[in-house]
Design a protein around this ligand. Structure first.
Ligand code: ADP
Length: 396
């Protein structure tokens, strides 16, 4: 089977052609500068090509992708009929979507309804969907939502303690993001542990970071909220904050709410505390050369992640399995060790030698650790391809 995975942004579009059974990616690439001029970067058959192609809208970008996929030299298929289905990454499914689904007119209307919750991403995702429908009308399209995995949270986790009218009238509640990644590592953890009834905490630690608490394969809580700004501190996002800080800064510095939120999204996090970079490798290197602000940024990040592990263990009533994933979680042995310091009371014991692993599935806890600690590289594209294939097969 060939699944085309599309992640459409406002002026860009990423794609992969993947076999959902093997996870093998035969081609992948990126359309950039849509609406400006248009550039396609395409990798397949062991080589990369860059082409300037006019892309006045997302439709021309999709057309360019299909054209290069069937190109006799740079392509990997003979005809677009070989594409069995398209899986679209969609940011916000609001309270409309609890799982991935085959796209029809009602689904499009429901994604539109969620635009107020994902004002930057949902319109771009819809443009990608509509462009694919226009150029490949008989190919099934599937929407995979970043929020869907978290929709099993109980009200105690998703309701905010603010007047009910905002929930009822405006759907203001915790949603959570990175759901496709949390779903993928949960699925793998269950397979690797050989049982579903595990109490699991997932740490998706990258440039954006989020935590999830999972029981019996179902999400019980997650650290991001109505938007991805909540939770642990991130590359440039503040994470959790007393909301009155916003009012204080707006009043003192004459900032608008948008300006203040922009500062919290783009100028905060470990970048702000380290004063060096939003990139954890840079911060780790500077900390090693004695930069104390960088050491504090790493300690702050580890401290907040550790607090979430503790609180989620309390929420789950125990902990069987702890998973590290995404750029930092998969690659930084020192950050994993820093986070797991003082977690022995919970039954988490890291083996320093096993912890040296990078970017592959491995247990990093000691044999006598009560909690099994895993590194599981995430694969959101594979999850999208598998969901898409499953839905399309079931619909046949
Ligand atoms: P995104 O949220 O953009 O998908 P990623 O999951 O790719 O982010 O994670 C990017 C982060 O992972 C960067 O801060 C990068 O420094 C960090 N990272 C990648 N490799 C390492 C490593 N070997 N050691 C420490 N941090 C790393």
């Amino acid at each position: 089977m060939n699944i085309l995975i599309i992640n459409a942004g406002s002026s860009s579009l990423k794609y992969q052609l993947m076999d959902p059974d093997t996870g093998v990616v035969s081609a992948k690439g990126l359309c950039e500068r849509i609406y400006i001029d248009g550039r396609l970067t395409h990798s397949a058959n062991g080589k990369k090509v860059v082409k300037d192609i006019p892309m006045p809208t997302h439709s021309e970008a999709i057309e360019a992708v299909l054209e290069i996929l069937v190109d006799p030299v740079d392509g990997v298929i003979k005809s677009t009929d070989e594409i069995d289905a398209v899986g679209h990454r969609v940011l916000h499914g609001g309270m409309e979507f609890f799982d991935s689904c085959i796209i029809n007119d009602e689904v499009i209307a429901a994604i539109e309804k969620c635009i107020p919750l994902g004002p930057l991403h949902n319109p771009a995702n819809l443009m990608g969907i509509r462009a694919c429908q226009a150029v490949m009308p008989s190919t099934p399209q599937v929407a995979v939502f970043d929020t869907a995995f978290h929709m099993t949270m109980p009200p105690v986790a998703y309701r905010y303690a603010i007047p009910t009218e905002y929930y009822k009238n405006d759907s203001i509640r915790r949603y959570g993001f990175h759901g496709t990644s949390h779903k993928y590592v949960t699925k793998r953890a269950i397979e690797l542990m050989g049982r579903k009834d595990i109490k699991l905490v997932n740490c998706h630690l990258g440039n954006g970071s989020s935590m999830s608490a999972v029981k019996d394969g179902k999400c019980q809580d997650t650290s991001m909220g109505l938007t991805p700004l909540a939770g642990v501190p991130m590359g440039t996002r503040s994470g959790d904050l007393d909301p009155a800080v916003v009012q204080f800064i707006m009043n003192k510095y004459g900032m608008s709410a948008d300006e203040c939120l922009n500062m919290l999204n783009k100028k905060s996090g470990v970048m702000a505390i380290s004063g060096v970079s939003s990139d954890f490798r840079d911060i780790e290197n500077s900390a090693l050369s004695g930069n104390e602000d960088c050491a504090l940024a790493l300690d702050k990040f580890a401290y907040e992640v550790r607090k979430y592990i503790g609180s989620y263990s309390a929420a789950l009533g125990g902990l069987d399995c702890l998973v590290f994933t995404a750029g930092v979680g998969e690659n930084s042995a020192s950050m994993r060790a820093r986070i797991c310091q003082n977690l022995e009371y919970l039954g988490v014991k890291i083996d320093p030698e096993k912890n040296e692993v990078r970017g592959k599935e491995a247990i990093i806890s000691t044999d006598d650790s009560k909690v099994t600690v895993w590194v599981i590289p995430t694969n959101e594209e594979l999850m999208i391809a598998q969901d898409t294939a499953e839905l399309v097969k079931a619909a046949k």
